[in-house]
Design a binder for this molecule. Structure first.
Ligand code: ZN
Ligand code: FE
Length: 255
């Protein structure tokens, strides 16, 4: 049976996500940005928390683990190779592992770069992926613990998912990401149109998440290292994708 996703704002610019599997009633929170907001979302739906699926160790993703586990006795799932930094971890997973939520299941994708132990959860049957801080709408996570080569590999792994895959990223950063994207690929008509759509949505206080893999491939500069315009703007015409990605990321850090 198809999963149900409930998305809600947390902290200043995070999103919280509840994933509910109706045939068993099992419910996971993707990360724990804010225990109180997650509890309120559960109460509003009448759902009971059975699992925490952590993408990475940062406080705005795992900071509510202890409080939620204490209250609900839920099972905490996180990356095996980052287990010491995931509070309360019960189930240690690695690339390719299948994580069940009642009758539904996610495949674990290791996507290092933002942190060394970052993972994504891909619900293939539902065409949905939770990417944490690896891929954002029109952006990507900062390279706090990984190399450009690692992050490019992680982004390629996500780009290999079907174009229709729905992407839930963990922050509402899209409008500022759009400004940077336009600065490096001003001649991309799909990007120009999307930036207008993003501005409209934000003016109406609407979210720009989720996005899709296909839309990101058309408009996200961090997935577009082969774009001739992007290569020219960052001063690397004809360069390889890792080099172009690294320079694009470096420029965004200083934008
Ligand atoms: Zn993070
Ligand atoms: Fe974050």
């Amino acid at each position: 049976m198809a999963i149900q996703v409930h998305m809600f704002p947390c902290l200043s610019d995070n999103y919280g996500f509840l994933v509910h599997e109706p045939s068993t009633g099992m419910t996971a929170t993707i990360d724990t940005p804010e225990a109180a907001a997650i509890d309120a979302a559960l109460a509003a739906r009448g759902w009971k928390l059975t699992h925490i699926f952590n993408t990475h160790h940062h406080f705005d993703h795992a900071g509510g683990n202890a409080a939620l586990k204490a209250k609900w006795g839920c099972t905490v799932v996180g990356a095996a190779n980052d287990a010491e930094r995931i509070p309360g971890i019960d189930v240690r997973v690695q690339d390719g592992d299948r994580v069940a939520l009642g009758a539904a299941a996610a495949t674990v994708l290791e996507v290092p770069g933002h942190t060394s132990g970052h993972i994504a959860y891909y619900f293939a049957d539902d065409g949905i992926v939770f990417v944490g801080d690896t891929l954002f709408a029109l952006g990507c996570g900062r390279l706090f613990e990984g190399t450009p080569t690692q992050m490019w590999g992680s982004l390629q792994k996500l780009m290999a998912l079907p174009d229709a895959t729905v992407v839930y990223c963990a922050h509402e950063y899209t409008q500022s990401n759009a400004a940077f994207a336009l600065s490096v690929e001003p001649g991309n008509p799909a990007l120009v149109a999307r930036a207008e759509d993003v501005a409209r949505r934000r003016a109406a206080n609407q979210p720009t998440v989720p996005t899709t893999i296909g839309l990101e491939k058309q408009t996200n500069p961090f997935l577009r290292a082969t774009s001739a315009e992007l290569q020219a703007v960052v001063g690397l015409p004809g360069a390889g994708p890792v080099e172009v990605f690294a320079e694009t990321r470096r420029r965004k850090d200083h934008f």
